[in-house]
Design a protein around this ligand. Sequence first.
Ligand SMILES: CC(=O)SCCNC(=O)CCNC(=O)[C@H](O)C(C)(C)COP(=O)(O)OP(=O)(O)OC[C@H]1O[C@@H](n2cnc3c(N)ncnc32)[C@H](O)[C@@H]1OP(=O)(O)O
Length: 418
Amino acid sequence: MVAMTDAAKPIAQGLKLRSLTSADLQNLLELDGRAFLELPPQDVLDQVIAPALELDRFTGVFDHNDIVGAAGIFSKSLTLPGGVRAPVAAVTWVSVQPGYTGQGILRRLMTDQLKTLHEKRSEPIALLTASESGIYGRFGYGLASLSAGRQIPQGLELRSIPQQGSVTHMKRDAALPAIRSLHQRIAEQTTGFLSRSEATWNYLFSDHQYFRDGQSNLEFVLHADGYVAFRTKGSFDARGPAGTLVIIELCAATPQAHAALWAHLLSYSLVREISYGRSSLDDPIQDLVVDPRAIRTTTRDHLWLRIVDLDRAIGLRSYSSAARVRVRVTDATCPWNDGTWELTLTAGPRSFGASSAVRTAKLAEIVLDISDLGAAFLGGARIARLAAAGRITGDHTAIADLDLAMSTASAPWCPEGF
Ligand SMILES: CC(=O)SCCNC(=O)CCNC(=O)[C@H](O)C(C)(C)COP(=O)(O)OP(=O)(O)OC[C@H]1O[C@@H](n2cnc3c(N)ncnc32)[C@H](O)[C@@H]1OP(=O)(O)O
C-alpha cells in the first residue's frame, strides 16, 4: 500500500534506488497499472506480461518499503545500417506513482540507467518507444524512426505484379514458427528491427480476450516470403457493410510476397477499411496501388535512440560515404560524451568496426547535441534537416559530409512497441 503524499513536499531526496527482485514483481505490476491507467487481468499479467520482463534489469525508487517509481530494460539486438545486429538496451516500463510525479524521480531513473550502462560497459545504445514524445529529448534521446498509420479503403486496385505466389491461412500455433523464421530473415535486411525473445513473441501475438478489443481472434496468412497477422470486426451502418480489418504486423521479404499479402487482404468482403497502425514509412503499398491518394497516412514518432557511449557506438554501423569531421558534442546527462571528437566514418559493406570517434583538442567544425547523433544514427533523421531546424550548426561542407555519410537508402522501421 502506497501512502499518499503532500503534493508540495519535496520528497525526492529521501527516496532510495535499488534493483528489483522477484519479490517486487506484483508491486511493480500494480505501480505500472496505476501509472498507465490500466491494470490487465491477473492471468494476463502472470502468463503473458510478467514472463517477458527481465526483473534483474529493473530499478525501483522506494519511499521506505513502497515502490513509487521504476524503469526497466529488455536486452535486445537492433539491426543497424549495413545489416549488423548490435546489442541495445530497450528501455521500458517507466512509471512513477501518481502523487510522486514532478519531483525528479524519472530524472533519477534515467540518469542512473545511463550511468550503469556506461560503467558496466553494457549496451552502447539505449532505445525506447515513448508514451509522450516530449519527455525523452532532454535525456539525450533523439527521434530515430517514425511509424506510419495507414487507413486503406477496401477494394483499392493494385498494380499487377507477376508471379506473386500463393498465400495460406494458418492457425496461430502452426503459423508462429514459420513467422519467426521469416521475421529473422527480414530483420537481417531491415534497419530498426529488434530481436524477440520467446516471451516477447507470446506477448505480441497473444490471443487472450484482453487484447482483442471486441475484434476476432488473430488471423495469420503466410506466403513463402512474408506474413500478415490481423484481426477483423464485422459491423453494418446506414451505408451498408462497415467491417474493419486491423493489421497487427505485415512483413514481406520480396515484392511478390508484399503484393500477394495485400491482394489477399483487399479481397475480404464486408470490410470497409483496412487499418494498419505501425507500418514502415517506406512501405511500398503507396506505390503498389493505382490510386495512392485514397490511402490516408499519419506519421508519428516511434523509436527514440540514445547513444550511451559515443566511442563504442560509432563503429557499429556502416556509413553511406566516407567522412572525417570534428564535432563538438554536448551531452548534459552523460558527461563522458561531452566534448570535441574527431569522427572517422568508413563506407562500404565490410566497414564495420572501421569507423571511430576519438577525442581531439582541435577546433570543431560542427556543433551538435548527442540527441542529434541519436536521431541520425539509423538514417531516420537527416543531419541536413536537423541543421535546417537550427539544432546543428557549423561549417556547411562538414555538415554536408556528415549528412551524406549518415544517410541511408530507406527509412528505418521497427514494427513493434515495447
Ligand atoms: C519508455 C517508456 O516506458 S515511456 C512511458 C513513460 N511513463 C508514462 O507515461 C506513465 C505515466 N507517467 C509517469 O509515470 C510520469 O509522469 C513520468 C514517468 C512521465 C514522469 O515522471 P516524473 O517523476 O514526474 O518526472 P520528473 O519529475 O523526473 O521530470 C523530469 C523532467 O521531465 C519532464 N517531464 C515529466 N513528465 C513529462 C511529460 N509528461 N511530458 C514532457 N515532459 C515531462 C519534467 O518537466 C522534467 O523536466 P526538466 O528536468 O527538464 O525540468
